[in-house]
Design a protein around this ligand. Structure first.
Ligand SMILES: [Cu+2]
Length: 134
């Protein structure tokens, strides 16, 4: 009994590892969808160098797209008044209206990044994601 529980746990873990490995594919163009309240990149990572985020707002309200280079996990940024600290900001699209698609090309060094929308309350509502450049 115990063995079978342990075995199914290992199988679940193996499944998660596989999904993560596939999600961290590299590429120069990264499609990103914004909605209430998520930042959804098609890939969780990119190769260092020029990276173009193709950002589409598929939600019903205006959003923005901010790229921070920070060692802090995307969900653990210092926040004040419902907004996250933008320390490490390397670029942003200040306004992406519903249905609108905009491109942001940045030269990114290897490391951890946090992608977020920092309109009042949106970060707190969960509109952020971790991103890895290698
Ligand atoms: Cu937003």
């Amino acid at each position: 009994m115990r063995k079978s529980i342990l075995l199914s746990f290992v199988i679940v873990l193996a499944g998660i590892a596989t999904v993560t490995a596939e999600a961290v594919t590299v590429g120069k163009s990264v499609p990103v969808k914004l909605n209430e309240f998520n930042v959804l990149p098609a890939k969780q990572g990119a190769r260092a160098g020029k990276v173009t985020f193709v950002v589409k707002n598929v939600g019903k309200v205006e959003h923005e797209f901010v790229v921070l280079k920070t060692i802090k996990p995307a969900g653990s940024l210092t926040s004040h008044g419902g907004e996250a600290s933008e320390a490490g900001n390397v670029g942003e699209l200040a306004s992406v209206k519903p249905g609108e698609q905009k491109k942001l090309t940045l030269t990114l060094k290897a490391g951890h990044y946090s992608l977020l929308c920092n309109l009042p309350g949106h970060y707190k509502a969960g509109q952020f994601v971790d991103f890895y450049v290698r």
